[in-house]
Design a protein around this ligand. Structure first.
Ligand code: ASP
Length: 336
């Protein structure tokens, strides 16, 4: 008999129509009653919050991750988190950054509300509960289960605003597939080393600064003025910026501010290719290229690295990215 803990935080999966718009009001026990427990699995529930995930902050996120880890320490076989889809890829990634346990933490949610005539939440939750209690999900890290597919937290992105297949892992694909009771393994994701992050302490402020045609450095400077301890550039293409942003990055980096470069393109790594404001200049001037991490996941990695090593966060980020790449190369070598 397996045991799974269901932690509910809100999101569309728990939302109902009301006079002002959709609001997350359905408690975990009701979500579970609609989904049903998998045969042979005991599911216990708790409600952490009933909010849309667009209203969560990093303090809520630390609390959620700490609670999921506490449930594992208490001895459940897996944890399922119901969560809004808007920021699920961020929450799942922070949970994954500190996850050092073979048992799965599985995030899920819905695109249609609980009181919709055809809600997708009950099936997504039933699938996530099945995944959380299956041996096939062990050693895969934190997972996101949605619309019959399961993705590793690192690299997953919301790719549809309204359709039921809300998530994809561009350049990677799903790691499991769920068809009713059957869970099929598709790929083994690399698992990087866990970061020794103290979840009781605040995460330092890291801002994501977007690049767009003709962007000047106003937003970059505003982020620093607001107290950012680190910056992630949501750069063009393979990691390029406008000349003025690149020049300001060089200034800020020489003053000690850590800057990570990721791309506004959903798939593929950034690379030090171009001068004239491009990635070659950014890298030469001391910004760190963040591989194929999305800007939002890169932001959490840099914030965690700042918390772990305030004086040298980029060494922690670089070490983490390098270790993950080595493990990926080994896993891909084994998978042929
Ligand atoms: N659209 C969102 C959801 O799917 C709202 C949120 O993120 O809470 O749950």
């Amino acid at each position: 008999m397996g045991r799974v803990q269901l932690l509910a935080t809100g999101g569309t999966i728990a939302s109902r129509h009301g006079p002002g718009g959709l609001a997350a009001r359905t408690p975990a026990a009701e979500l579970l009653a609609a989904a049903g427990s998998p045969a042979g699995v005991t599911v216990t529930t708790s409600d952490l919050s009933t909010v849309g995930s667009f209203a969560l902050d990093t303090s809520d996120l630390r609390g959620l991750v700490a609670e999921a880890r506490r449930c594992l320490v208490e001895g459940v076989d897996g944890v399922v988190v119901t969560h809004g889809t808007d920021t699920m890829e961020e929450s799942a990634y922070l949970a994954d950054l500190v996850h050092d346990d073979p048992r799965p933490i599985v995030f899920t949610g819905a695109q249609r509300p609980f009181d919709s005539p055809a809600p997708d939440g009950p099936r997504n939750l039933a699938d996530a509960l099945r995944v959380a209690s299956t041996p096939a999900a062990r050693d895969l890290g934190v997972l996101l289960c949605f619309d019959g597919h399961v993705f590793a937290a690192r690299g997953v992105r919301k790719v549809e605003t309204l359709r039921s297949g809300a998530f994809a892992a561009p350049g990677r694909g799903p790691v499991l597939r769920v068809d009713g009771d059957a869970v099929t393994s598709l790929a083994r994701p690399p698992r990087g080393p866990a970061l020794p992050l103290d979840l009781a302490a605040d995460l330092p402020r890291v801002d994501v600064v977007p690049l767009y045609l003709g962007a000047d450095d106003t937003l970059l400077r505003a982020a620093v003025a607001a107290g950012a301890a680190g910056i992630v550039l949501q750069a063009f293409g393979a990691g390029n910026a406008t000349p003025v942003v690149a020049a300001t990055v060089a200034d800020l980096v020489s003053g000690g501010l850590p800057v990570l470069v990721s791309s506004r393109v959903p798939s593929g790594p950034v690379a030090p290719l171009y001068t004239g404001g491009g990635g070659a200049d950014l890298a030469r001037d001391g910004a760190l290229l963040a591989g194929d991490l999305s800007p939002w996941q890169a932001r959490l990695l840099l914030a965690a690295a700042l918390a772990v090593s305030p004086d040298d966060p980029l060494t922690v980020v670089a070490g983490h990215l390098a270790a993950w790449n080595r493990i990926r190369d080994r896993v891909e070598g084994v998978q042929g």
